[in-house]
Design a protein around this ligand. Structure first.
Ligand code: AMP
Length: 336
């Protein structure tokens, strides 16, 4: 993010802060925050705050810190995306300066520099009285009030020079001369401030980069160790993979063997069953035929003749007995 340009335009009443602020906001595209202007608009709108502030302003005194700090806070919130601010007539007390730093810090920014327009007291009184004729501002028309405002400035506001000096942000600008001349001095100063800010930014970038480079150096140092470690891990992984492959192959073989033996078992059981069935059929079929055949085959023609002869003899004998004839007669009878 580009750094914001936040300028405190400092100086006693009548130093030309308002005029130069207008020039600066046009040149640098900044937001102008003038607590005096905000207070006057509150008075014009007849707000409660305006009513409270009017009496104080008419005496040439400073309005309470909390009021002006609150006003600035809300103006900062209203302009979150500005390139920067020109603070005109604020801060005017140490408490306001501290509060402003805090507010800006919360927004991730800060004061870039304080430009103090230096004008001697007599010149100020002259300018303010002149301005009072045109502006119609009550506090510009009365010399006592003007002197009171300058007194307030010297007592309460001037010490802020030290506050910003200590931070290396105080810049004195000769506030006497033409508006253009003073404007040019201000531009020169701001150019210097911007360059200084850029340099600070660059230094911090370099420091950051340095740290990054150091990180790389460390990474370089540990890189060989890391590579060895990575190699070792890869080797272990490869070994594990090979082991797993061998195991898988063994398991496959075992399974194939089992399938084979099961298949042969099934086959033999099936065979036995078929054989049993077949043999039962054969036994059934052959149970009748072979007996007849055997009888036929075994009994030779001679035996058959003998058997039938015997049968005939028995018959003849039985008949003879019945008719009471001798078997020989019975036989003769049958022949006839
Ligand atoms: P200015 O227009 O800056 O000269 O301010 C006009 C009057 O508004 C002053 O005399 C004060 O009474 C009041 N005022 C403006 N700014 C402030 C401030 N930052 N703190 C207190 N009072 C202020």
């Amino acid at each position: 993010m580009e750094k914001m340009l936040n300028i405190v335009l400092f100086g006693p009443p009548g130093a030309g802060k308002g005029t130069q602020s207008e020039n600066l906001i046009n040149k640098y595209n900044l937001v102008h925050l003038s607590t005096g202007d905000i207070l006057r608009s509150e008075i014009a709108r007849g707000t409660e705050l305006g009513k409270q502030a009017k009496a104080v302003m008419d005496r040439g005194e400073l309005v309470g810190d909390n009021i002006v700090i609150g006003m600035i806070e809300s103006k900062l919130d209203e302009n979150p995306y500005t390139k920067g601010f020109i603070f005109d007539g604020f801060p005017r007390t140490a408490a306001q300066a501290v509060a402003l730093d805090d507010l800006l810090q919360k927004k991730g920014t800060g004061i870039s520099g304080m430009l103090a327009l230096e004008v001697d007291n007599e010149e100020l009184v002259k300018r303010l009285l002149l301005r009072g004729k045109d502006s119609g501002r009550a506090d510009d028309q009365n010399e006592d009030i003007i002197r009171n405002r300058i007194k307030e400035y010297n007592n309460k506001t001037l010490p802020l020079k030290n506050y910003y000096s200590e931070q290396g942000k105080f810049h004195s600008i000769k506030g006497i001369g033409s508006i253009d001349e003073i404007f040019k001095s201000l531009i020169d100063r701001i150019t210097f401030i911007k360059a200084e800010n850029d340099l600070t930014q660059l230094e911090s970038d370099i420091e950051h980069l340095d740290m990054t480079i150091k990180d790389f150096d460390v990474a370089d140092d540990i890189a060989p160790e890391l590579l060895l470690e990575i190699d070792a891990i890869k080797r272990v992984e490869a070994e594990e993979e090979e082991e797993a492959r061998v195991l898988r192959r063994q398991q496959k073989k075992k399974a194939a063997k089992k399938v084979k033996s099961l298949k042969s078992k099934v086959k033999s059981v099936a065979k036995k069953k078929v054989v049993k069935k077949a043999s039962k059929k054969i036994v059934k079929k052959s149970a009748k035929k072979p007996v007849k055949k055997v009888v036929k085959k075994k009994s030779s023609p001679k035996k058959v003749v003998k058997k039938s002869a015997k049968k005939m003899v028995k018959k003849v004998v039985k008949k003879a007995i019945k008719k009471k004839v001798t078997p020989k007669k019975a036989a003769k009878k049958k022949k006839r």
